[in-house]
Design a protein around this ligand. Structure first.
Ligand SMILES: C[S@@+](CC[C@H](N)C(=O)[O-])C[C@H]1O[C@@H](n2cnc3c(N)ncnc32)[C@H](O)[C@@H]1O
Length: 240
């Protein structure tokens, strides 16, 4: 005699809790300085765009039609503000999850009287997927992304093939993806991943010279003085 079959429900695997995505950041409980907090309160409504699962209308956001550059992980925003000041004809969207960094960039926007910067305080992976239209950006900046040096953390690195593919799709033809790092193994990974992306073409033979618009950060200048390297990579979206 055959053994009675178990009802299907008993064979089904137990329900699993939803898997947390692997993120490229860990939110630190950093303290906001009082100036940063005031900047967030007073300037946030004008310059911080809420995360929303709807594609951004750049013309409505900036009140004009201009090339748009997305910066991912702007930290304290020194490079963002300096570049936006140098390029008043271009609009910049900076994405950062670290609240003190958002406050610091707002202060800089105010000090320099910048009108061409907006901030989204949210995970850039979701911002890119939900808010940025395909073929809409003239540039993407990813400066010194967290290197996640330990092998077990490599999965947290931002610049991996799926995300680079998504970045490339958001560039307009001819638009450039500019990455920089001071961590050589990550530089090598970036070079391999960007070279393998069919939508992108390297603008240099390997690593690129630092484009003049990217300011040398204090931290970087110190590293260079100690003989540490910095690697820039500038890839352009192919026309097709
Ligand atoms: C090592 S810091 C570099 C900051 C800055 N670009 C610089 O050059 O000084 C990397 C920054 O990326 C931010 N970050 C990492 N992953 C992110 C993500 N998925 N979305 C938004 N910001 C992210 C971190 O909060 C951190 O401030």
């Amino acid at each position: 005699m055959r053994a009675p079959q178990r009802p299907p429900a008993m064979n089904a695997p137990p329900p699993q809790p939803p898997r947390r995505p692997v993120r490229s950041f860990v939110l630190r409980a950093g303290r906001m300085g009082s100036g940063q907090e005031r900047a967030l309160h007073e300037l946030g409504p004008r310059f911080v765009l809420p995360f929303s699962p709807a594609v951004l209308d750049y013309r409505a956001t900036f009140g004009r039609q201009a090339p748009v550059v997305l910066e991912i992980g702007f930290g304290m925003g020194q490079a963002t503000a300096a570049i936006a000041q140098q390029m008043p004809g271009t609009d910049f969207i900076g994405v950062e999850v670290h609240p003190p960094g958002v406050g610091a960039l707002l202060r800089r926007i105010d000090e320099l009287g910048l009108t061409n910067v907006r901030i989204v305080q949210h995970d850039a992976v979701e911002v890119l997927a939900q808010m940025i239209a395909p073929r809409s950006l003239s540039g993407i900046h990813v400066f010194f992304p967290d290197p996640w040096p330990k092998k077990r953390h490599h999965k947290r690195r931002l610049l991996q093939s799926a995300f680079v593919g998504a970045l490339a799709q958001r560039l307009a033809p001819g638009g450039t993806l500019h990455c920089a790092t001071d961590w050589q193994p990550y530089a090598e990974q970036m070079l391999a991943v960007l070279t393998a992306e069919p939508l992108l073409a390297n603008t240099a033979a390997g690593y690129a010279p630092r484009p003049a618009y990217r300011p040398l950060t204090k931290f970087e200048a110190r590293g260079v003085a100690l003989g540490h390297g910095v690697w820039d990579l500038v890839f352009a979206r192919r026309a097709a």
